[in-house]
Write a protein that binds this ligand. Structure first.
Ligand code: IDP
Ligand code: MG
Length: 149
């Protein structure tokens, strides 16, 4: 089953939206297999956003993600990467579809609430960066037969 890495960024934590993010992913049918509350240091932030090094918004992005704790999670499901990114909405909240998290709870790209892996390969890399193997929980969910065909 595909896995993806998800963050509730500092703005989501400060605004009390952790539960909203979890709730939407749960209701979608995705299964949480790991979660932890993390004060992100500069080293972790730079590794996580290495792909954006050199971009004009990079310094602001590192400052944003280290400014307050984040909720780091791993979610599992069929096409989990695409499903989570769809639920999050477009990177720029004003381009996000109504009903998505970024449309419903955000206005600006630099305060867009969440991070989610953009490919299964990057998902595995990000899971490895943020979690130890023994923090990933393998569990069977009784509702799976009503969610997965
Ligand atoms: P994503 O989070 O939707 O995958 P990316 O392009 O990977 O979007 O960018 C990572 C993060 O960097 C965004 O979620 C956003 O917080 C921030 N970001 C991207 N573009 C800009 C920008 O033009 N100004 C400020 N922040 C930006
Ligand atoms: Mg991205």
């Amino acid at each position: 089953m595909e896995r993806t890495f998800v963050l509730v960024k500092p703005d989501g934590v400060q605004r009390g939206l952790m539960g909203e993010v979890i709730s939407r992913l749960e209701r979608r049918g995705l299964k949480m297999i790991a979660a932890k509350f993390v004060a992100v240091n500069r080293e972790l932030a730079e590794k996580h956003y290495a792909i954006h090094l050199g971009k004009p918004f990079y310094a602001g992005l590192i400052a944003y993600i280290t400014s307050s704790p984040v909720l780091a999670m791993v979610w599992e499901g069929p096409d989990a990467v695409a499903a989570v990114r769809q639920t999050m909405g477009a990177t720029r909240p004003t381009e996000a579809t109504p009903g998505t998290l970024r449309h419903d709870f955000a206005l600006q790209v630099g305060r867009n609430l969440t991070h989610a892996s953009d490919s299964p390969e990057n998902g595995e890399i990000e899971i490895e960066l943020w979690f130890e193997d023994n923090e990933l929980v393998s569990w069977s969910r009784e509702t799976d037969r009503w969610i997965l065909e």
